[in-house]
Design a protein around this ligand. Structure first.
Ligand code: NAD
Length: 253
């Protein structure tokens, strides 16, 4: 099960954190992986790690909010590997900003990277996947995405972008079902990555947050990658338009 040999995957935001973990996990299942992010050098380090474990991968600098760059990198990946089967739309930013202090630039930057970026990559990927009548698009959202009762003070732009991702996922799943492309979202809870460390949550607040999780701990990137591998596989053939929350039980509280 979950054999991805012969599949080609592209992961965005894959120089570190969860994206890196997803790239490594997909390669371990046999996929050839395009590791993309804003730093070519750091993507290359991930590629080296994949290759030293016997996998196949290539590194690309790709800013997901730049349509021309997205187009050029997808073209190159398809040229090098001959196809594209799996897209993991993982790139995202979080900057803490109270809504009353949020500038139009703050809002636009987050929406452009987190939401528009996922659309641009999904659209370009689907054009290729449709040729083989097979594709898997996995959009990374968050538990902080609306409809499940999780608001984050300081994250109006972020939560709006993540809610948008879930709405977009459901629509793309409907539009692209006839093309053989399954589109799903993953909503992680708190996962131990540089994004969490950079947000410098005060120790007391972190303790409180962990106490609100039934499993009483922060998640590991690999625990999200396991779901990415599953949704990317043939075994997930009847799942589309779904959002899978991976949150240690947080939403069940
Ligand atoms: N860590 C968490 O607790 C958590 C929870 C829910 C959702 N998420 C989501 O998971 C995803 C991965 O985040 P992470 O926690 O690994 O954080 P991270 O900051 O380590 O990873 C995000 C990656 O996105 C990249 N990125 C930023 N702007 C980009 C751009 N314009 N183009 C391409 N890449 C860009 C960054 O360089 C970085 O490598 C994000 O979408 C994030 O919103 C994280």
């Amino acid at each position: 099960m979950f054999d991805l040999t012969e599949k080609v995957a592209l992961v965005t935001g894959a120089r570190r954190g969860m994206g890196k973990s997803h790239a490594i996990a997909l390669a371990r299942q046999g996929a050839k992986v395009a590791v993309t992010d804003i730093s070519q050098e750091e993507c290359q380090a991930v590629v080296d790690e994949i290759k030293s474990a016997g996998g196949e991968a290539v590194a690309f600098k790709m800013d997901v909010s730049n349509k021309a760059e997205v187009g050029a990198v997808f073209d190159e990946v398809i040229k090098q590997f001959g196809r594209l089967d799996i897209l993991v739309n993982n790139a995202g930013i979080y900057t803490d900003k109270p809504a009353l202090e949020m500038s139009e630039e703050d809002w636009d930057k987050t929406i452009n990277i987190n939401l528009k970026g996922e659309f641009l990559c999904a659209q370009r990927a689907a054009k290729e996947m449709a040729k083989n009548n097979w594709g898997r698009i996995i959009n990374i959202a968050s538990i902080a995405s609306g409809g499940v009762g999780v608001g984050y003070a300081g994250g109006a732009h972020y939560t709006a972008s993540k809610g948008g991702i879930i709405g977009m996922t459901e629509t793309l799943a409907v539009e692209w079902a006839p093309l053989g492309i399954n589109v799903n979202a993953i909503g992680p809870g708190a996962i131990d990555t540089p994004m969490i460390s950079a947000s410098q949550v005060p120790e007391e607040e972190m303790k409180e947050m962990l106490a609100s999780i039934p499993l009483k701990r922060i998640g590991r990137p690999e625990e999200v990658s396991a779901a990415v591998v599953f949704l990317a596989s043939e075994e997930a053939s009847y799942i589309t338009g779904a959002t899978l929350y991976i949150d240690g039980g947080r939403l069940s509280q």
